[in-house]
Write a new protein. Structure first.
Length: 227
């Protein structure tokens, strides 16, 4: 009977050692996995902010632990930037992080407040990202400001880059009238109900045969040559 007890004790000791060995192995592998860094970062959708600015804002420039760096942490850090409207963070195989950004565009600079107005309606301090941005040179009727921002959002980015100045020029018949000074020397009159028409500006240019003038898109579609 004593011999049987010894065999059982030996079996128990062996089982414990095997368990400890497996448990230690799991802990070691888990530690290695937790400590494995991000190996690849891909940024999509950004135009105003550079890839490096986004990476630094997300605090992943030093390629920290892939598992410890959660999507929530990255989103929370990026949300502090006013240019960033929406964020999607995907963690993929081989320790790859994909960040998809939807930015707030810079619509114009308000010369009165000396601030940039973004596509979400918020105003921020002017920075180096405003290069090529249109300047609103006078005040807008306050009750039209929300509508003006909404209509500015309908202008294609390529066309918006060609606008150098915007002047509010209401008339007795139309309080939503604006004059756009273009970078090529032409002028365009628009009314809030027809802001989208300026998206066809490039299509109209060939018809002008290189002449400079004023394009009236607020009432009809006619062109007046400047003398």
């Amino acid at each position: 009977m004593a011999k049987v007890i010894k065999k059982r004790k030996k079996l128990k000791i062996v089982a414990v050692l095997i368990f400890l060995f497996i448990f230690s192995g799991i802990c070691f592998v888990s530690y290695l996995l937790l400590d494995m860094p991000i190996r690849n970062i891909l940024i999509k959708g950004n135009e105003i902010l550079s890839d490096q600015e986004i990476i630094e804002l997300a605090q992943i420039e030093d390629y920290p632990s892939f598992l410890r760096t959660t999507s929530y942490k990255i989103k929370k850090r990026l949300k502090t930037n006013p240019y960033i409207e929406k964020i999607i963070v995907k963690k993929q195989f081989f320790n790859k992080v994909v960040i998809e950004i939807e930015e707030n565009r810079i619509l114009y600079i308000d010369s009165k407040s000396n601030e940039m107005v973004l596509s979400n309606g918020k105003s921020i301090e002017i920075d180096e990202n405003h290069i090529g941005c249109a300047i609103l040179i006078n005040e807008i009727n306050e009750k039209l400001k929300t509508t003006f921002i909404k209509k500015m959002n309908q202008i294609d980015q390529d066309i918006l880059r060609k606008v150098s100045e915007i002047k509010y020029e209401p008339t007795d018949l139309d309080e939503g009238r604006f004059l756009f000074a273009m970078t090529d020397g032409n002028y365009v009159y628009l009314t809030l109900t027809k802001f989208k028409n300026i998206n066809y500006y490039e299509d109209v240019l060939p018809q002008l045969e290189g002449k400079k003038g004023i394009l009236y898109l607020d009432s009809g579609n006619h062109f007046k040559i400047m003398e």
